[in-house]
Write a protein that binds this ligand. Structure first.
Ligand SMILES: *Cc1c(COP(=O)(O)O)cnc(C)c1O
Length: 400
């Protein structure tokens, strides 16, 4: 079958909740993917940073196959021999006290909301049903009703109400606004260290440090959503390290499995997690042995194969080179590690055209909002690969 036949099937039988580029992929290896017509592309999205380790990483693949032969799912009614090992390895690596495993990122966010609310009632002594969580404008934390209820993106919210109460929205990057929003009923502040879906928005230097200080001062739990920024993407294991802080609760997902399987987790520094008692929260697939085995190898290769350092070094190289293009259509190039945003001037007329032109040149990128393109290749990219990408980007800008 040719690409168009697959696209026709999707259009005919599928829900239209996405507007993908018209490329039908069938195979991936490292930073490269191939479509059904045999064309090769450099993947500069990495499934929204879920394949930081590169497509079909051989060691993760081997673990997946080996574990699938042994045992895949027990439910948490019974124990399995992978979960405890994953707990230990994740906690040691991230300096956490406890971990709670789930599947998708949105589930990790929902889990943290439940845990921090309960902590507010049991430990902080907030009156029943009065807990408040502060979030930021232009946030992206997932797609459940509760989460889209505190989104500021009309497309994510409209038509889906009524929503869950108990959230306050403050501008991202504004520590004074955060301080003003804190009340005696505030239990947590949930924030992305860098806003990915909003267009790689980097807050002012010191913002997270200040947020940490305010949270400590007011006995508010600082919750960092590192589902996209975490696990090497920004050139550190966790983006919080850029500010030298440790969140009370950290959410990870996406690259926790290297793209093989949905695995997410809530990591806890404070003993917030201890407020959850048996029977109060769970997931049939959360913590299953297949997920745990995959996550253990995905983390091991991320660290052992130097992917985090590579993201730091080559991220600098990529960003500097993009800036030196000095293209008048570009308003700003920004990024940390290999999480890079190219923002075009509004007059240019939308970034989708560049996603499509880059695709024709063999690079897969996706616009976020109207005028920003995010570049986030797998962390196994080399300098030569980046030079290859730069040539294509320069050509597309020049020909325009
Ligand atoms: C992707 C993402 C989520 C949601 O993860 P899903 O696995 O799609 O539910 C939450 N927060 C951030 C910052 C993300 O990038």
């Amino acid at each position: 079958m040719k690409s168009q036949a697959y696209i026709d099937l999707e259009n005919r039988y599928g829900a239209h909740n996405y507007k993908p580029l018209d490329v039908v992929l069938t195979r991936g290896e490292g930073i490269w993917v191939w479509d059904v017509d045999g064309n090769r592309y450099m993947d500069c999205l990495s499934a929204y940073s879920a394949v930081n380790q590169g497509h079909c990483h051989p060691a993760i693949m081997q673990t997946m196959v080996d574990q699938a032969r042994l045992l895949t799912l027990t439910s948490r009614a019974f124990r399995n021999d992978q979960l405890g090992l994953l707990y230990k390895e994740v906690c040691e690596l991230t300096h956490s006290h406890k971990m709670l495993p789930m599947n998708s990122g949105a589930e990790a966010v929902e889990t943290v909301i439940k845990a921090v609310r309960k902590w507010g009632y049991k430990v902080k002594g907030i009156p029943d049903d009065q807990a408040e969580i502060i979030v930021c404008s232009n946030n992206f934390h997932g797609r459940t009703i509760t989460i889209v209820g505190f989104s500021t993106d009309p497309g994510s919210r409209e038509g889906f109400g009524p929503f869950t109460p108990g959230f306050k929205i403050v501008p991202f990057g504004d520590a004074d606004a955060l301080e003003k929003a804190i009340t005696p009923h505030t239990v947590g502040f949930l924030v992305e260290p860098i806003q990915g879906e909003a267009g790689v928005i980097i807050p002012p230097e010191g913002y997270l440090r200040e947020a940490k200080r305010l949270c400590e001062q007011h006995n508010v739990v600082l919750i960092l959503d590192e589902i996209q920024t975490g696990l090497g993407r920004t050139g550190k294991l966790l983006a919080e390290e850029h500010e030298g802080i440790e969140a009370d609760l950290t959410l990870v997902g996406k690259a926790l499995s290297g793209g093989f399987y949905p695995v997410s987790a809530v990591l806890s520094n404070k003993e917030v997690m201890d407020v959850l008692r048996p029977g109060e929260h769970g997931s049939t697939f959360g913590g299953n042995p297949l997920a745990c085995a995959i996550a253990r190898t995905a983390l091991r290769v991320l660290v052992e194969e130097g992917m985090i350092e590579n993201a730091a070094t080559l991220g600098h190289y990529f960003i500097d080179a993009l800036r030196s293009l000095k293209d008048p259509k570009i308003k700003e190039i920004r990024g940390k590690g290999l999480m890079i945003g190219i923002e075009f001037h509004p007059e240019v007329g939308g970034a989708r055209q560049y996603s499509e032109k880059l695709m024709a040149e063999g690079m897969l990128c996706k616009e976020t909002h109207d005028h920003i393109i995010r570049i986030a290749p797998p962390l196994v990219i080399t300098r030569d690969d980046i030079d290859w990408a730069l040539e294509r980007i320069a050509k597309v800008l020049r020909d325009d």
